[in-house]
Design a protein around this ligand. Structure first.
Ligand SMILES: Cc1cc2nc3c(=O)[nH]c(=O)nc-3n(C[C@H](O)[C@H](O)[C@H](O)COP(=O)(O)OP(=O)(O)OC[C@H]3O[C@@H](n4cnc5c(N)ncnc54)[C@H](O)[C@@H]3O)c2cc1C
Length: 281
């Protein structure tokens, strides 16, 4: 896993009430790399005068892309998968996009976007974020498919917060090959020295070291059911069915709602009530 050489410290996240509303800027694609079957990581260079707006984000936040594809204007959101310190050191934002068959934007991004392209991007926002707490803690992450993207950044920050903090990741995918950013997860687990424990759950492949099937109550009981009340943060991101199952399981076990964080990829809630300013640059 990449580590920053130097970090100039966190940037303030809150936008003052008097600040102008967020605006789309045209960012240059610096790099496109495959991160699973039919999934790519896209890195955007952030120009010097956009640094504060784009690199002042919290792990777990997302950017919104605005593209015109075959004459249709499409806007979709994609979570940032690198921790903010890495983004600031590289001056790059990195998203990961998994193709949704029949979708308007994701197939285009996976198949056509290239280094040198320019895409209109709204600065990062979102409330699925981790605020570092002092002292060791245990966190549990339940993710599926492209839902690994925001939690990868969150897990890196959580593990960095205290050398005794531990994370259990239960990761659902169809097959190993479709597991988005799996190499990055492996690198983070290795770097954590055993503090990040990963269980792969594969629905369409029998593979050594992975559970076969879907995440259900029994599996959650077995993997993360012990000491539920001592878990500092539960992080859920993935398909709607997985979130519903995990939320019901947590509720049955009386887990405090303020410890449960979830990101839904199907709807975008307005985080900043002011609409973005629509000025191409
Ligand atoms: C806050 C937020 C963060 C997100 N982060 C990521 C991310 O990091 N990586 C990523 O790949 N995607 C992410 N998404 C999902 C992404 O914004 C798009 O919804 C997705 O890429 C599909 O867009 P599309 O234009 O290709 O499909 P659309 O044209 O919007 O949809 C085509 C069909 O696919 C269905 N569909 C839409 N989205 C999904 C989905 N996620 N899974 C299954 N079916 C779907 C629709 O109901 C529709 O039937 C995020 C969404 C939100 C709201």
């Amino acid at each position: 896993m990449w580590r920053p050489r130097a970090d100039n410290g966190p940037m303030p996240l809150l936008r003052p009430a008097s600040a102008p509303p967020p605006r789309y800027r045209s960012l240059e694609v610096a790099e496109v790399e495959p991160v699973a079957e039919r999934a790519v990581s896209i890195a955007f260079d952030v120009a010097a005068d956009d640094l504060a707006d784009y690199l002042r984000y919290a792990a777990g936040q997302y950017v919104t892309l605005d593209l015109t594809i075959e004459g249709e204007r499409v806007r979709q959101s994609y979570s940032l998968w690198t921790p903010p310190a890495r983004a600031r050191a590289e001056r790059r934002l990195r998203i990961a996009v998994a193709e949704v068959a029949g979708g308007r934007m994701s197939p285009w991004l996976v198949s056509h976007v290239c280094a040198g392209d320019r895409i209109r991007v709204l600065p990062p926002r979102g409330e699925f974020t981790y605020a570092a707490q002092p002292g060791p803690a245990r966190h549990v992450v339940i993710a599926g498919g492209s839902g690994i993207t925001p939690v990868l950044a969150i897990m890196a920050e959580v593990l960095d917060a205290d050398p005794a903090t531990e994370v259990d990741l239960v990761l659902a995918n169809r097959t190993r090959g479709s597991s988005v950013l799996r190499a990055e997860v492996t690198a983070l687990a290795k770097e954590s020295g055993g503090r990040l424990r990963v269980t792969d759950v594969l629905s369409r492949e029998v593979s050594p070291g992975a559970r076969h099937g879907r995440i259900d109550e029994e599996l959650l009981d077995e993997l993360v059911g012990t000491g539920c009340d001592t878990v500092a943060g539960w992080w859920l991101c993935g398909p709607e069915g997985l979130l519903a199952l995990a939320e019901a399981w947590l509720s049955e076990r009386g887990v405090r709602p303020d410890r449960v964080h979830r990101e839904r990829f199907t709807t975008t809630g307005p985080v900043d009530p002011r609409p973005p300013v629509d000025t191409p640059r």
